[in-house]
Design a protein around this ligand. Structure first.
Ligand code: ZN
Length: 222
């Protein structure tokens, strides 16, 4: 990851700073300034903006939106309640809206949910939510790093497992799968390089949150 020579989008901000609605334009600008992600997001960000889709909501509004979102995806009120405390925000793919929790959400949360907005649903459908969250945290760090900000703290373990996939398959192939939904080259690449048994073992490790096992399977033996 590389810092841009003159980043302006999040100037004066810090990764862990608590935010309000005014962050949205900065996130859009950070995406526009991105050199590392440009080939994969350039077309989308021409029309898909965080500004107008992001709101920093008071707790009761956030809770209501989040509960609706979880229920719409087959979860229960109890699931929503349990997960709600662990998150500072969420992206609802159905409404294409980002809701962040007032006095809790940070710069990192806004960039993270903005990355979700730019993601292609095919990645999650093919590889599951663990790799999706891990890569979202990974690409959040790419943006933060370009802007000269510290890495984020969300999803450290899935992020590590996702970073192992990036090292193994290369950023372009992973980014094309994540942002453009071109999952076949990544899927076939992993399968060809690992072989069927190791590939199956990797998928299981990811699905069962065994992050070290997953990363180890992608690390060539020396
Ligand atoms: Zn996320």
């Amino acid at each position: 990851m590389t810092k841009l020579p003159n980043p302006t989008a999040l100037k004066g901000r810090t990764t862990r700073e608590i935010i309000d609605d005014s962050i949205a334009g900065g996130v859009d600008c950070a995406f526009t300034e991105s050199v590392a992600l440009k080939p994969y997001i350039e077309k989308k960000i021409a029309t898909l903006k965080v500004k107008g889709r992001l709101s920093v909501d008071p707790l009761e509004v956030y809770e209501s939106k989040y509960t609706t979102h979880v229920k719409e995806n087959g979860g229960s009120w109890f699931d929503a309640k349990k997960r709600m405390d662990e998150t500072g925000g969420f992206f609802n793919p159905k409404t294409q809206k980002i809701s962040l929790k007032l006095r809790t959400a940070r710069v990192e949360s806004a960039v993270h949910e903005g990355i979700h907005l730019l993601a292609h649903e095919q990645l999650r459908k093919t590889f599951g939510s663990a790799l999706d969250e891990g890569l979202t945290a990974y690409f959040t760090d790419v943006i933060l790093d370009e802007q000269g900000l510290k890495p984020g703290e969300a999803y450290p373990d899935p992020k590590g497992a996702a970073a192992a996939v990036v090292s193994f398959a290369g950023l372009p192939m992973v980014a094309r799968a994540y942002f453009l939904g071109e999952v076949s080259p990544l899927l076939n690449g992993l399968l060809a390089k690992l072989g069927n048994p190791a590939f199956t073992a990797w998928r299981s490790a990811m699905a069962e949150n065994r992050w070290n096992d997953a990363a180890k399977l992608l690390t060539p033996a020396r």
